[in-house]
Ligand binder design. Structure first.
Ligand SMILES: Nc1ncnc2c1ncn2[C@@H]1O[C@H](COP(=O)(O)OP(=O)(O)O)[C@@H](O)[C@H]1O
Ligand SMILES: [Mg+2]
Length: 139
């Protein structure tokens, strides 16, 4: 589990697009507080927005937990919903796959913009997506 060793610092309820924007801003502000450069913030908050939006649009709403890591230069996010779940995760990760006629680059894009990414989902149970972002570029 990619958030092992992390400590939850806050959470945001996700019911609407407005909450997605709030989550995006709060994660960005937290990264800034942690000394993250703007480029790293921009990448990670884009990934966070995609999974948060999925929880609202496809999962009927959910919640987002934000994690810090005492001895690692990382930020972590767990996005949960209790919606209908994803039957075929591998298919859902492929760019262009969408059950809603939208761009379908959300999950694939979120993974590419994250340092580590994991998704657990079962039809009828809901979906959990976890992602971490580096606070600084690796040297
Ligand atoms: N939280 C979720 N709950 C249920 N299905 C989801 C969830 N997130 C993603 N999906 C499924 O995976 C597909 C691909 O997601 P994504 O790449 O974000 O594309 P889009 O949101 O544009 O359809 C969605 O169309 C949907 O079928
Ligand atoms: Mg999406």
């Amino acid at each position: 589990m990619i958030l092992t060793g992390g400590r939850k610092v806050f959470s945001v309820e996700l019911r609407s697009d407005r909450d997605v924007a709030i989550a995006r801003r709060r994660v960005g502000d937290f990264m800034k507080e942690q000394g993250s450069r703007e480029l790293m913030q921009a990448r990670f908050v884009t990934a966070v927005s995609e999974v948060a939006r999925n929880a609202v649009v496809h999962g009927g709403g959910g919640s987002l937990g934000v994690f810090s890591f005492p001895d690692r230069r990382l930020v972590g996010v767990e996005c949960r919903d209790s919606g209908r779940g994803i039957a075929d995760i591998d298919a859902a990760m492929v760019d262009g796959f969408s059950t809603r006629n939208s761009l379908g680059r959300g999950l694939g894009g979120a993974k590419r913009l994250s340092d580590a990414f994991e998704i657990e989902s079962r039809p009828g149970t809901g979906t959990v997506v976890r992602l971490t972002g580096l606070l600084q570029t690796r040297r």
